[in-house]
Design a protein around this ligand. Sequence first.
Ligand SMILES: O=C(O)[C@@H](CO)OP(=O)(O)O
Length: 269
Amino acid sequence: MSEARCGGARSLVLVRHGQSTANVEGRFTGWADVPLTARGREEALLTGELLSRDGLLPDAVHTSVLARSISSADIVLAGLDRQWIPVRRTWRLNERQYGALAGRRKSEVLAEVGPRRFDRLRRSPHGRPGPLPVHELARLRADPRYAPLPPEVVPAVESFADMTARVAPYWADVLAPQLRASSVVLVVAHGNSLRALVAVLDVLSGREIAELNIPTAAPLRYDFDADALRPLVRGGVYLDAPTALAGAERVAAEGRTEPSPAVSDPPTT
Ligand SMILES: O=C(O)[C@@H](CO)OP(=O)(O)O
């Protein structure tokens, strides 16, 4: 019988994917399916090492249906020799649909709309950019990974609150029940879908939501008791707190600073 089934602690480990090609260019990403950079793959390897160091061997893994989350989870699990565990992929863990901002450089949007509106669009609960152009939305809805879903499930744009409304049922209906039966559940997803999950777990205020930034590939551990209702420690615990907090500050400053370089990528000519 596992430790969890004997009534021991259950851990939910949240990991944002490693650096993507859009991250390194300082662009809003949303549901665009961009790959990891070489640095992003290295970050995912380090994530696996941190989980191994702390004996956090996942019993199950959840990802979005976007390649950067799937690839990151694959790298983490390969490092842990746990590629065989059950995996579930869901659009509910996708990044926030950034609508008309997807693909645009954050620094350009900041210069265009000014700091107040930029921060509201990016971090307030209800800020909502313009929608995806009609042809792009039609293309997305025809994508084989979304085509079986009701079309309204594939949004033209989302506020943080809209996104929380699609993430919250995944916690209540899938993650929490699984956590009651398993000892370690790993979620590899995105900056904003993980912010939404944290907002649900920690019952964050609007101000706390605005100030929350999740860095790439920094494992955040939440422990629960047998009911898996509320985290034992509000805010969870980063496995490598100094690195994670420095990364969160860099995410907060995006648009106002140069993005981190993809150090391991081959030089461009
Ligand atoms: O562009 C996005 O989809 C997200 C994550 O990269 O950006 P932000 O942190 O600005 O919400």
